[in-house]
Design a binder for this molecule. Structure first.
Ligand code: 5GP
Ligand code: ZN
Length: 139
């Protein structure tokens, strides 16, 4: 896609700190890192979100995420790594080219805000109804 910033990164038209690349996938450091080692993994083929991306590219991203997580562990030995992926402007997806975040929490580093939600018991009847509705839509 011509005006997509991440397509430009894949083509080398915009510089990036690349950490990994294969046939389907490109991975690079986020320029606004939430923590050291904050890495983005993207498909080389433009797809906006989880509804558009091919299963093959999705699988390749997840396999790459394991390789990169192992390398992050060796490089900076985080206490944990959050995997995050946003779909749609309503959930603050900013770059409309699918990207999978790996966000390490460093030893002694602050809590990652997106991993720190309060557990409040839900309405079991409602949970069941929604679960059944989703389940019946699986193709
Ligand atoms: P989103 O909220 O869409 O999941 O996150 C988009 C991410 O892309 C942000 O963390 C942002 O810092 C990162 N980002 C946006 N533009 C660029 C860029 O030109 N280069 C790099 N390396 N990261 C970018
Ligand atoms: Zn793109």
């Amino acid at each position: 896609m011509d005006d997509c910033i991440f397509c430009k990164i894949v083509k080398g038209e915009i510089p990036s700190i690349k950490v990994y690349e294969d046939e389907r996938v490109f991975a690079f450091e986020d320029i606004n890192p939430i923590s050291d080692g904050h890495t983005l993994i993207i498909p080389k083929a433009h797809a906006e979100n989880i509804w558009e991306i091919s299963e093959e590219d999705l699988a390749a991203i997840h396999i790459a995420s394991k390789k990169i997580a192992v390398a992050i562990k060796k490089a900076i030995n985080p206490d944990g790594i959050a995997c995050l992926q946003l779909n749609g402007r309503a959930v603050n997806q900013v770059v409309m080219h699918y990207h999978f975040h790996l966000i390490p929490r460093l030893p002694g580093g602050p809590e990652l805000m997106m991993t720190d939600w309060e557990l409040k018991p839900g309405d079991m009847e409602k949970i069941k109804q929604i679960g059944e509705k989703i389940s019946s839509g699986i193709e």
